[in-house]
Design a protein around this ligand. Structure first.
Ligand code: GAR
Length: 185
């Protein structure tokens, strides 16, 4: 079974997913990114996974990039910190899921990414946050939810300490949910 992972920056989830499925029937066949400076490129190199960088024009028109995606024959597309809107022409062909570092529908939508979210949650004095894994549709963070897990936001919490808690939840649950979706598909 083939997985394509999209990531825009660091890529720690992409790496964690690749490790989880090492020596299994699931293969991370490619890592795709819109950012030629993304940390995920170095991770892909170390993991021996092909990486592809694409630009805005290719993303909007499908030139080159759609052919690359088709060639990898993905059973599932996984967005792990991918920040561009996902086009319907790809969504119509391939089931696609995303992970969001908050409890949607709160703190979702365009521009809601990583650290910005944690800062906002602390500023609003929330006592709970968490992760949401959801299907991707044409609207940012609005697709049907698959799974949520929570953590506390304690007094004295900082964006960095909250990010750490969220990252632990993501590492624990994201690969497991991907596996269950593939097995039940
Ligand atoms: C993850 O926390 C993911 O939930 C978040 O970006 C981070 C990527 O980290 N995604 C979003 O905020 C999507 N709106 P990583 O590059 O180290 O995997």
């Amino acid at each position: 079974m083939n997985l394509i992972v999209f990531a825009s920056h660091n890529g720690s989830n992409a790496e964690n997913i690749a490790h989880y499925f090492k020596d299994s029937i699931v293969n991370v066949v490619a890592i795709l990114t819109n950012n030629h400076n993304a940390g995920v490129l170095e991770r892909a190199k170390k993991l021996g996974i092909p990486a592809v960088v694409f630009n805005k024009n290719e993303w909007e028109t499908g030139d080159r990039i759609d052919g690359i995606i088709d060639a990898y024959r993905p059973d599932l597309i996984v967005l792990a910190g991918f920040l561009w809107k996902f086009p319907s022409r790809i969504l119509h062909k391939y089931p696609t899921i995303n992970i969001h570092p908050a409890l949607l529908p709160k703190y979702g939508g365009k521009g809601m990414y990583g650290r910005h979210i944690h800062e906002e949650i602390i500023r609003k004095k929330e006592t709970e946050s968490g992760i949401t894994i959801h299907w991707v549709n044409e609207y940012y963070d609005e697709g049907k939810q698959i799974f949520q897990a929570t953590c506390t936001v304690d007094s004295g919490e900082t964006p960095a300490s909250l990010a750490k808690k969220i990252s632990l939840l993501e590492f624990e649950h994201f690969p497991r949910i991907i596996e269950s979706l593939l097995i039940n598909s």
